[in-house]
Ligand binder design. Structure first.
Ligand code: GRF
Length: 217
């Protein structure tokens, strides 16, 4: 999509904007969000985080956003909501107001339904702390650790992929990196190594994406 297809009435400043607009969805600590914010602030990533949205009011990533003067919003899930699609549709409405080029799921701990994904086709990225096709869902690092000690794997990794549908931690892979598991590792050491790899890979994938694509908004 090019700027000529921008919605009618969009301010000129948006039409002229060439820096990619990112909306980052989080549920917790936000260390990957921080990696993105840091890269944007040093211009090593030609992008701007235009909003951070959490489903959890106490997510520390919201603080990180505020410190960087980025709008930090909470869209809380209703515990007894009858239909996740209602939430996802409201979330999509909120995200859309920020005119994102890319939506980054950086520790977003909810499965998104087509009510959200269909609004942003091929523009939602997810980070998963394991290699493609391995350990989908929660506790991927712990499960890799256990699998290593059962002799089933020798290494693990991280990946960034497009989220095409409601499948969990699967979709076209934009980047992946293996992470070694050492015999003397504690679970914490493995986790630290994986997170450091995530921070690097996520920024690298975003850098390539914004350098090689036109604005998507
Ligand atoms: C990351 O390991 C991410 O891959 C997983 O949740 C973790 C979030 O970490 N889905 P943080 O909130 O970015 O620190």
């Amino acid at each position: 999509m090019t700027n000529s297809s921008l919605p009618v009435g969009l301010p000129d400043s948006h039409a002229r904007e060439t820096v990619a607009r990112l909306v980052v969805l989080i549920s917790g600590n936000g260390s990957n969000l921080q990696a993105i914010l840091d890269a944007c602030s040093t211009a090593s990533l030609q992008a701007q985080v235009v909003a951070v949205i959490s489903n959890k009011p106490d997510a520390f990533g919201l603080e990180r956003a505020r410190k960087s003067n980025v709008p930090a919003l909470v869209v809380p899930a209703q515990p007894k909501a009858p239909d996740r699609r209602v939430y996802d549709s409201q979330l999509a409405d909120t995200v859309a107001t920020f005119l994102p080029d890319w939506i980054v799921l950086a520790g977003w701990m909810r499965i998104l339904t087509s009510s959200f994904l269909d609004r942003f086709p091929n523009r939602v990225l997810n980070l998963h702390p394991a290699l493609p096709g391995t350990f989908p869902g929660t506790h991927a690092i712990e499960r890799a650790w256990d699998a290593y000690h059962r002799g089933e794997i020798h290494q693990t990794g991280v990946m960034v992929h497009i989220v095409p549908d409601e499948g969990v931690d699967c979709g076209p892979v934009l980047g992946q990196e293996t992470v070694p598991i050492h015999a003397g590792d504690s679970p914490e050491q493995l986790e630290t190594r994986i997170h450091a790899t995530e921070h690097r890979l996520l920024v690298a994938v975003l850098r390539e994406l914004v350098q090689t694509t036109s604005p998507q908004r």
